[in-house]
Ligand binder design. Sequence first.
Ligand code: ZN
Length: 414
Amino acid sequence: MILPRYSLGLGDRFGRQGRAQLAAVVAARDLGVDLVPVWNKSHREHVITRTQPAAVRAEADAAVAELGWTGSYFVDADHVTMETVDPFIAVCDYFTLDVADFVGRPASAAQVEAFVARYGSFATEGKIPGMDRKLGGADIAAIAGRYLLAARQAAAIYRHIASVKGAGNFITEVSMDEADSPQTPVELFFILAALAEERVPLQAIAPRFVGRFNKGIDYRGDLTRFEEHFRACLAVLAFAVRELELPPNLKLSVHSGSDKFSLYAPMARILREHRAGVHLKTAGTTWLEEVRGLALAGGEALRLVQEIYARAYQRIEELRAPYAAVLDVDRSRLPHPDAVKRWSGEEYAAALHHDEGAAAYNPHFRQLLHVAFKVAAELGPVYLQALDTHADLIGPLVTENLLERHIKPLFLQA
Ligand SMILES: [Zn+2]
């Protein structure tokens, strides 16, 4: 199985918007961009929404059948570990192996020494793109010591999946975006070397980039530094494909945390320069369009999303705990739930809608709602029924959001 040049990771927490999401990919195709849809849902999201991996497969297959999509598509076991991968194996054909927990666990001195003997010359001779200085053996040993076990763990998960599905029958991505710190280009090269050595046929890798990728809001950080980092990562991937035995279509996967609008133009330009592909992973943005649609529907639906906000406001610590590293919610900037209960649907939607130029937009409100899908999940059939009742209003919002705000600025410009 081959992951084509451009692919879009679609998250759909409640499994109702697959068709609306695919409609955006169909529209992109009509505009001349071949984009492969990949439906992703992590173990963490399945736990929170109390769903099983088979539900995502069913949703993807149904959307594809309904719209007559004849292109390829995948179902991604997102951020799986050895402990969580098993229920995904039968129904997924794309696996994002998360080894962030193994980054920094020290490898043995003998393992490090052997690795440095095999690959160290790439750094001591200054051959790796993006190096600002030549590195010595001790620097390389430190990098190997930090990442070697993570790469070997990824290989162990890969082999476990391959033993069931057969090699070549699934796409492999390795993610390190939830590690504590960004990887330098040299670190990325050595991670790739360790994966190549273990014969992991990875087609996408998700580094942690510089800057903050908070949930549901735009990038926070120095754009120039991001551009440098992104460019260097692309150069390292191309170099690693030439020098190591890795699949020629290996590409970067950007775990966006939704809505990194200010990165799309520079990413598109750099991808064009490097003739490189990319996988853009989104997850929460569709759920937030559901909330916006329910607000705009008014009446009961508006009361429902006002209630979701009120409960989220009471449980802010609990909701943000799993996402602490990627949320900046300032309590003092959140509207009080009593005020929100007096809002019209338009006011609610305007506070939520990600438009940095709009006075009504409140990124704290948006980030809290981004992680409040747990509250909606607890409402169970009440929430799902509201989605079904207002499907005709919500679907076009989901499609338009993906097409106009994500696909066009990134893939149409790349
Ligand atoms: Zn991620």
